[in-house]
Design a protein. Structure first.
Length: 132
């Protein structure tokens, strides 16, 4: 063999060493990428867990439908009761107003009656004076 020639074994050893370094470099790159992806996934999962916990805490503060229905029904009954009271008070006010208007009309009638009585008495006196 001459100085520029290499034996077949050396050639394969050199090629195999080069391939091993190349495969090792790729393997390290894949391991780094996997580690980065793993850390990223862990962070995302932690964030999702925190969000889920916030939702759970928030849901715990919500009013349950059964409790809402009970309170809502009680409020509706209270509103109906107050509406009945208001309607009764309104009817009472209407009757009072009608009574007051009736009294005002009666007052006018009484005044007219007094004037009529005075007129009748004056007429009777005038007729008596004519005959006397």
């Amino acid at each position: 063999m001459t100085g520029s020639e290499v034996s077949l074994r050396e050639f394969f050893d050199i090629r195999l060493g080069s391939l091993e370094r190349h495969v090792d470099a790729q393997f390290r790159a894949m391991e780094d990428a996997r580690e980065i992806a793993f850390n990223s996934m862990e962070k995302r999962l932690d964030d999702m867990n925190q969000f889920r916990e916030q939702l759970r805490e928030q849901a715990a503060s919500f009013l349950k439908k059964s409790e809402y229905d009970l309170r809502h029904d009680a409020l509706l009954k209270e509103i109906d009761l107050r509406n009945d009271i208001i309607a009764a008070d309104l009817e009472s006010l209407k009757l009072s107003r009608a009574l007051m208007e009736g009294k005002a009309s009666q007052k006018s009638v009484n005044i007219a009656l007094i004037f009529a009585a005075i007129g009748a008495i004056s007429g009777i006196i005038a007729i008596i004076k004519l005959f006397l």
